[in-house]
Write a protein that binds this ligand. Sequence first.
Ligand code: 6PG
Length: 243
Amino acid sequence: MAPAFGTLRICEDAADLAHKGATFLCAHAAARSERTIVALSGGNTPKPLYERLAQEPAKSAMPWDRVHWVLGDERFVPPSDPASNYGMARAAFLDHVPVPPENVHPVRTEGVTLDKAAHDYEAMLQGLYGADTLQPGKPLLNITLLGLGDDGHTASLLPHEPVLQVRDRWVRPCPRAAWEERVTLTYPAINASEIVAFLVSGEGKREILDKILSGDDSFPASHIRAHGEVLWFADRAAAGRWA
Ligand code: 6PG
């Protein structure tokens, strides 16, 4: 039985998922001589993976000088807010590793409007990319980490939101997101990743993951693709019959 899209990387449990995910990130970045851009996911699932990046062997294996870190989405709150994805990533690893400050690209969430925050983040990504138009053979992001909500959302691409229809912008404000104001990368930006790695853990995700892997395309996450591979890092609790 093969997934409708992507390749499964079955992990024993949440700790093994964190280990396999961190190992994958380090190996991919270390194998590249040029700059690597990693888009970080928010939420709870990635946190143990991020924490491993600040521990050996990952801390010594990661080529920190040539890896840039961006956010796949952000809640429009200050970094000090517990809901901040940037704040979570800083506490989990960015503040504990030798990453050059100029390699870390948070969404500005203070002293600007939501629209300006999205506009400026898009401009930052265009600066990293070197163009304001995506080119088919040139990925925008090298590795994009994504979580999966039990409603099938990913990043802040939530069901029924207008942002799902956006094809001409890389970053958009989400003023009506289900929970709070957010900024998110759009399908064009995320699908311009070299590799997308979903991180899916726990029994609570089993039903939605099964639907998506079975080909149900009625969810936002169902429409994520990549220039190269889509990987599903899923523990056995989430993978169910797919393990
Ligand atoms: C966010 C994430 C969001 C998350 C999913 C899964 O900012 O919250 O971008 O898409 O990945 O909601 O969250 P959990 O990993 O906490 O289940």
